[in-house]
Ligand binder design. Structure first.
Ligand code: SAM
Length: 204
């Protein structure tokens, strides 16, 4: 058995099943193609932005948002170090995404990732908030292309996270099944409030 087969690339740090973000990345990898236009709603340290930029390649487009200047700078640094130029990192809340993504891309984004909560290793008081998260999700499904994929990594375990999770559950449950397919992946044999991955597919 080859080494790469023995160790799944997107296994969690324990070597087990993928994390919430790992699932989101797997699904994006499966669907995105070079030249696609995509959006990272929570740039943070830029890992997901770089991941998306690599999937869509030099001919693609990426917009990334964060409210924290250090996150914006770190994401730009990471992209620059990787020689990536197809990404635009915007220092603004994701609730403003419709104003920042050019009109000709509205309804054309093939992938949108949200990785909620706070930035690991940074100011844990800067977190995503239910009201702006819902505004951003409402915009995101407008910007999404038919056959496009929206993923949301949700962390109910931190302060405010459970409210955000409840609101996302209500929002997702209200999406018309004739227009969207929605799935939730989460660990079920852990006692606390484990991170979960939501996937919303817009019917083509
Ligand atoms: C879990 S981290 C994101 C991690 C990131 N995707 C990565 O690959 O490193 C969540 C990020 O959301 C950001 N954030 C909080 N409120 C936001 C908002 N309204 N709009 C955009 N980003 C926001 C935080 O500043 C933080 O950097």
């Amino acid at each position: 058995m080859s080494d790469s087969f023995a160790k799944p690339r997107l296994a969690s740090s324990t070597g087990g099943l993928p994390s919430a973000v790992g699932w989101a990345q797997l699904m994006m990898e499966d669907r995105l193609r070079p030249g696609d236009a995509v959006l990272d709603a929570t740039a943070g340290n830029g890992h997901d932005t770089l991941f998306l930029a690599r999937l869509v390649g030099a001919g693609g487009r990426v917009w990334a948002f964060d409210v924290q200047e250090p996150a914006v700078l770190e994401t730009r640094r990471r992209l620059g170090a990787a020689g990536v130029h197809q990404a635009t990192v915007i220092h603004a809340g994701h609730e403003t995404m419709r104003e920042h993504v050019p009109m000709e891309f509205h309804g054309r984004l093939r992938g949108i990732m949200f990785n909620l909560g706070y930035l690991p290793g940074s100011d844990k008081t800067v977190i995503t908030h239910t009201e702006t998260t819902l505004q951003a999700l409402t915009s995101a499904i407008v910007l999404l292309a038919p056959d496009g994929l929206l993923t949301i990594a949700v962390y109910p375990g931190h302060g405010g996270g459970a409210d955000e999770q409840r609101a996302i559950t209500e929002w997702a449950a209200a999406l018309s099944p004739s227009a969207y397919e929605v799935q939730l992946i989460r660990p079920i044999n852990r006692s606390a409030s484990p991170p979960e991955c939501w996937a919303v597919w817009k019917r083509g």
